[in-house]
Design a protein around this ligand. Structure first.
Ligand code: ASP
Ligand code: MG
Length: 408
């Protein structure tokens, strides 16, 4: 079997942990498998490098930023290769570029376009474990290195697994798997045995950070089952795959407190106004999530939307410019918001889920400010300081302990 194993930042945070990773990799190799390992930067290395860069310069330097950040994963890959060699198994580390990971030119958020894993295959043919630096690739035009966005090592692992036609892709992390809610917010959350690609995609987009959303897309597109599991013990984690044994109405409750809300007040209620606002936002690279439009007075409407806090400054200045042009009443920013989301594929064939969700929130005095849905998801924006309450009460309502129908 060919297995891709990815180890996240906490799993390689320090010499002992790297030696522990090496032992796991060697075990898998000794069991007769070909192993490709993908590593993240050690611990909080990426965060420290980002901070260091902002101490050195206040300006944006996309190309140099990627040069800097890719160094984090290079440190891990070399140390991991050394530790594996010390256990008597051949090992070779490769940067993303050396591993043939080709990307778009977008520094900081490049997308993998193609993988030419020639050197990876050579290494495997020589009986070696091949260690690939996560989160990075190269733009084949400019030959510049690129990064794939935060959490991008997950995408490296699943995309490599697809390119190599691996039998499975294991994502080793510091938690036991995917949970029904964030256990730091709701301690009674349970580990899921399995979750479908479409549900995991919704959970990851709704704030579950255990897997990067794009890696789930790769898994789904190429049919690569992903096993999310702990690097600290050998127990089973969560399988992310096409079909689950059991279809849950609600699989989990995700939340995201990383967004802010922008409202443009009193724009003319005419064709073309939304386009006039969202076109320049898109051009500025602002990632708009939820949008709500409400008529405020005769002929005027308020448009509210959410954006990642990192895009807020840009979103505010673009919106202010547009508001000016449209002679709107002004722009308002609200940073104290959070989004709670219910996800479950069984929602498709069950009515009344949204109504139940709204009732539970209202019973606990939680006001809903925005709503958005997909066939298998319902999201509500609420006050930021009520988010733990919202997650807990919805979990109790939809995923009670020992649910009578779920425990067969
Ligand atoms: N080191 C990068 C990050 O912190 C990539 C990763 O860990 O997946 O985002
Ligand atoms: Mg990660």
């Amino acid at each position: 079997m060919l297995i891709v194993q990815k180890f996240g930042g906490t799993s390689v945070a320090g010499a002992d942990r790297i030696r522990n990773v090496a032992r796991r990799v060697v075990e898998t190799h000794e069991a007769g498998n070909d192993v490709v390992v993908v590593v993240s930067a050690m611990g909080a290395t990426t965060d420290s490098l980002i901070r260091l860069a902002s101490d050195v310069s206040e300006n944006s330097h996309p190309r140099e930023m990627d040069m800097l950040l890719t160094a984090g994963e290079r440190i891990s890959m070399a140390l991991t290769a050394m530790a594996i060699q010390d256990l008597g198994v051949g090992a070779m580390s490769l940067t993303g570029s050396q591993a043939g990971i080709l990307t778009t030119p977008d520094h900081g958020e490049a997308q993998i376009t193609e993988i030419k894993p020639g050197r990876v295959k050579e290494g495997l043919a020589e009986g070696k474990v091949v260690i690939v630096a996560g989160f990075q690739g190269v733009d084949p035009e400019s030959k510049d290195v690129t990064t794939l966005g935060r959490g991008g090592s997950d995408a490296t692992a699943v995309a490599l697994a697809a390119a190599l036609k691996a039998d499975s892709c294991e994502i080793y992390t510091d938690v036991d798997g995917v949970f029904t809610a964030d256990p730091r917010v709701y301690p009674d959350a349970r580990k899921l045995e399995e979750v479908s690609f479409e549900e995991m995609l919704e959970l990851a987009s709704a704030g579950a950070r255990v897997l990067m959303a794009r890696s789930v897309e790769f898994g789904r597109r190429y049919g690569i089952p992903i096993h999310v599991r702990s690097s600290f013990h050998s127990g089973e984690g969560t399988w992310v795959k096409e079909k689950t044994m059991e279809q849950a109405i609600i699989r989990g409750v995700a939340h995201d407190a990383s967004e802010a809300k922008v409202t443009v007040h009193g724009v003319p209620d005419q064709p073309g106004v939304a386009a006039a606002l969202f076109e320049p936002l898109a051009t500025a690279g602002v990632n708009v999530d939820m949008i709500v439009q409400n008529v405020s007075e005769e002929g005027r409407t308020d448009i509210s939307f959410t954006v990642p806090r990192a895009d807020l400054t840009e979103a505010k200045s673009v919106s202010a410019e547009v508001a000016d042009k449209l002679q709107a009443n002004g722009v308002d920013v609200d940073e104290n918001i959070a989004r709670v989301t219910l996800v479950g594929a069984g929602m498709k064939s069950e009515s009344g889920i949204a109504a139940r969700m709204f009732r539970i929130l209202s019973d606990h005095g939680i006001n809903i400010e925005m709503i958005s849905t997909s066939p298998i998801r319902i999201s509500c924006v609420v006050r930021g300081d009520q988010i733990s309450e919202a997650v807990s009460r919805l979990h109790e309502g939809f995923l009670p302990l020992s649910p009578p129908t779920e425990e067969a």
